[in-house]
Write a protein that binds this ligand. Sequence first.
Ligand SMILES: C[C@@](CO)(OP(=O)(O)O)[C@H](O)COP(=O)(O)OP(=O)(O)OC[C@H]1O[C@@H](n2ccc(N)nc2=O)[C@H](O)[C@@H]1O
Ligand SMILES: Nc1ncnc2c1ncn2[C@@H]1O[C@H](COP(=O)(O)OP(=O)(O)O)[C@@H](O)[C@H]1O
Length: 281
Amino acid sequence: MTVEAFAPAKINLTLHVTGQRADGYHLLDSLVIFVDAGDRLRLSPADDLTLRVTGPRAEGVPCDGRNLVLKAAMLFGCERGAAITLDKHLPAAAGIGGGSSDAAAALRGLAELWNLPLPDPAAVLSLGADVPVCLRPRALRMQGVGETITEGPRLPERMGLLLVNPGVEVSTPAVFKALTCKTNAPMPHPPGWSSAAVMAHWLAEQRNDLETPARRQAPVIREVLDVIAATEGCLLSRMSGSGATCFGIYDSRDEAEDAARLIAAGAPQWWVQAASPYSAA
Ligand SMILES: C[C@@](CO)(OP(=O)(O)O)[C@H](O)COP(=O)(O)OP(=O)(O)OC[C@H]1O[C@@H](n2ccc(N)nc2=O)[C@H](O)[C@@H]1O
Ligand SMILES: Nc1ncnc2c1ncn2[C@@H]1O[C@H](COP(=O)(O)OP(=O)(O)O)[C@@H](O)[C@H]1O
């Protein structure tokens, strides 16, 4: 039996940094959604645990014990085997949780393959602050350092999303370290929205507190935000996570596709992807 697991890209629609723990980790308040673009895992029974990384974004991704997929597998104990193929489509170190979503997909896939329960929440969190939110991808509010997950709002039935990464890797620890204020206001309760325009209007009042320090590390982020904002029908452009990927919100997928074509033609070296929200069953 071969198990397939989808690892969707994560978008932090908002990312408020509200405090810092004694161990240095930051307290977050973030509205997280997932999209129908992502990495794909295939997991087959085998005597040994092996990982092969393939796909258009495989270059530079470790295929040894540093890969979060293998770290996830180790949480089940070291005595089990599986042949795992990770088909990489998402850019790494990009603020869209590629590695974290891969780890969560590996946990789901291996639990099914090995007929085992998922590891306990503390073990899942030890893989990375973003892994718990990726376990059952849908609209979620993420708080604490990433361990407190509550149901998110109802998303508009119709909307389009655009993801753009300029090919500059941004270091998450360095961005957090460069934050000047660590005690910012939390996010108000996200109410749920009937249209993409109403949602964009609400989001425009919120923040990504990591944008300013990320832009210092990668000034091209400003250009990416402006290029997205200038496309026809763009309701809002923002940065996701610690960057450098930025997203745009549109009324429809068609508008997002048109914007993607335009941006890709003008900046062929950038990663550009139109998408729709993704929700796990
Ligand atoms: C910033 C966020 C927002 O969703 O997304 P990305 O930019 O990674 O996509 C996440 O919190 C990232 O989660 P993740 O990438 O899993 O973080 P980890 O591996 O646990 O931590 C990487 C480093 O980021 C910093 N870190 C991370 C999470 C957090 N709540 N506070 C922190 O200070 C720490 O310096 C830590 O050493
Ligand atoms: N499966 C994986 N995919 C991508 N990067 C991985 C993976 N496993 C480990 N890494 C390492 O994690 C780092 C952060 O990658 P990623 O999780 O994609 O960042 P971000 O959460 O900022 O989007 C990369 O530089 C890479 O070396």
